[in-house]
Structures are given as C-alpha cells and as structure tokens.
Design a protein around this ligand. Structure first.
Ligand SMILES: C[S@@+](CC[C@H](N)C(=O)[O-])C[C@H]1O[C@@H](n2cnc3c(N)ncnc32)[C@H](O)[C@@H]1O
Length: 291
C-alpha cells in the first residue's frame, strides 16, 4: 500500500493519504483517523489489516450514499467526539458525525496556502460559500486579513466561529454573513463595498428560493457578481468542482464574467490540485489578478 507522505507544509496533520481513482478508493487522514471512501458498496478488506500499523481509527463511507450519512466505524479507536487537525498551522474542527463533510475539503490545501501568502495585514477578504471557513482562517492567521465568511447555513457559520477561536483569533474581529452569495454580492456592489480578495468555491449545484445555480452553466454570472466587488489591484480565486466542464471552458466563463463586469484582468492562471490527488482533475482553480 503506497501511502502519501506528509505534505511538506509546516504543521499539517490532515491530507489525502491514499488515492486510487482506478480502484475507486480514497483515504483522507485526519491526524491518524482515516476516512475511507469507496466507489463500491464493499469495504476493501486489505485495509482492515493495514489498520493497526498505520491508522488510529478507520471509518468508511461509500461515495454513493446520501450526503448526510455518517461514516461507518471499521477498526481501531472509536471517534466519539469532534477533534482538531492542522493544515499549514491552521487548525480546524473535524466532526465525523457531521454528515455532508467532516469539516475541511483537503483538496483545497494549496489554494488556502496561496490565499494566506497573498494577503497582507488588514486586507479585506470575502469568502463566499464559506462552509466551515478554513479559507477565512488561513487568510486571517497566515495573512493578517480581515475576513467575511458568507454561507447559507447557520450551523456552518457557528462552526466557522469555533474554528477562529481554535486558532486564538477572536471571531468578533471578523465578519460572518448568513445568506445567499448571489444576493449578497449584488447588495455589496450596490452599496459600493469592495474587497481586496474574493473566494468563490461554490457547490456543483446550489438551489434556493430565487437561484438555481449549476457550476458548468452559470459560472460566468457568478464571476461577474464577484468581479464587481474586487478592488482595483485585488484578486479573485475561482474554483469549480466538476468533471462536466473542461479547464478551458471554465477559464472562458471566468474571463467572460470579469469582462461583463467591465473589469480588466492583469494576470490569470491555473492553480494545481495538491500532488497526492492523482488521476482525477475534478477541481479547477483559477487565480485572477485585477488591474
Ligand atoms: C462545497 S462547500 C464550499 C466549500 C468551502 N469553500 C471550503 O473550502 O471549505 C458548499 C457550501 O456552500 C454553501 N452554500 C450552498 N449554496 C449557497 C448559496 N447560494 N449561498 C451561500 N452559501 C451556499 C453550503 O451551505 C456549504 O457550506
């Protein structure tokens, strides 16, 4: 079994430790607790024997099961409460019983590092679709930014505040916004509120009372709304989690959105997935620097 060694980032205890897209087996390591995902509804038995040697605990979740299903306990210690992991010195709470996801999307590690590096003290960063706001914590902790985290879900905004506290950053020094990204970006543009950086990492589909968003169809509209609130000289990180769109099509959508917002691009480039995410190029990330 070829396990991915710890990434070279400092203070990192969570990463994709095993990735075999061909066999349909993916393992995320959360400080020794493994979350195994499989394409098939059968647990790969060879992993059971690997357990005591490499992992403290093994949990399993077939990918097709409903998003809200908790992973099943397989071996080792039972995880009975939430625990924390670190990525590039940014800590976050992990909760295996949380359903949708455990608290962090590990495929965004390099993007979070980039955001932290790009920020300077006092920069205003708008993190839309923020989930547990690990991007925001990275921007605040590693870049000194003042962040705004925006999500539809109160539960995730509460989790976000707890992530800030875990990193000894008073959540009162940051902003949290509950609601729809599309509506809020329009409101910010109307109010003339701008940000040094905006992060767009939407789910592949998002549905609410007014909007029905599909990444592969509607990204240009989202990029346009975001581009309108980026300050001159600022940046946009645009991510799309989809197999259905090529990188080229995605880049065209981002460029069209920026153009429709009557903004000019100084530089645009693709950001890679972490190297251990081999074989599947599903996460497309584009960094735009504005004039
Ligand atoms: C794919 S996750 C985003 C991951 C996040 N960017 C990260 O790096 O951890 C989806 C998040 O978007 C939120 N969401 C979905 N539709 C939304 C909308 N229209 N406006 C704001 N948040 C939304 C969900 O509540 C969920 O927390």
């Amino acid at each position: 079994m070829n396990l991915t060694p710890s990434p070279t980032l400092e203070n990192t205890t969570a990463w994709r430790i095993y990735n075999d897209a061909k066999a349909g087996i993916w393992i995320d390591n959360f400080d020794g607790r493994w979350l195994v995902q499989t394409r098939d509804e059968v647990f790969p038995s060879f992993l059971r024997s690997a357990a005591p040697e490499h992992a403290r605990s093994i949990y399993w979740k077939p990918r097709d099961r409903a998003a809200k299903t908790e992973p099943e306990f397989v071996a080792g210690e039972r995880v009975t409460e939430r625990f924390s992991v670190k990525e590039n010195d940014v800590a976050c709470w992990i909760d295996f019983s949380a359903g949708y996801s455990s608290g962090i999307f590990l495929d965004q590690r390099l993007n979070r590092a980039r955001v932290g590096e790009r920020c300077t003290v006092g920069d205003r960063v708008m993190n839309t679709f923020s989930y547990t706001s690990v991007f925001s914590v990275a921007a605040a902790k590693n870049g000194g930014a003042i962040t705004s985290s925006l999500d539809l879900s109160q539960k995730y905004l509460d989790w976000s505040r707890e992530n800030f506290e875990l990193n000894k950053i008073d959540p009162k020094t940051q902003f949290f916004c509950k609601g729809d990204t599309f509506e809020w970006l329009r409101t910010f543009a109307r109010q003339g509120r701008t940000f040094h950086g905006v992060i767009l990492d939407p789910p592949t589909f998002s549905r609410n009372k007014k909007n029905n968003f599909r990444t592969d169809r509607d990204y240009a509209d989202l990029a346009k709304l975001a581009a309108k609130v980026v300050e001159p000289g600022g940046w946009l990180l645009a991510c799309a989690n989809t197999f259905r769109m090529s990188y080229r099509d995605f880049r065209e959508q981002v460029e069209a959105g920026v153009k429709n917002a009557r903004r000019e691009i100084r530089e645009i480039g693709r950001l890679p997935m972490p190297p251990e995410f081999t074989g599947e190029d599903y996460l497309k990330s584009i960094w735009v620097d504005f004039q």
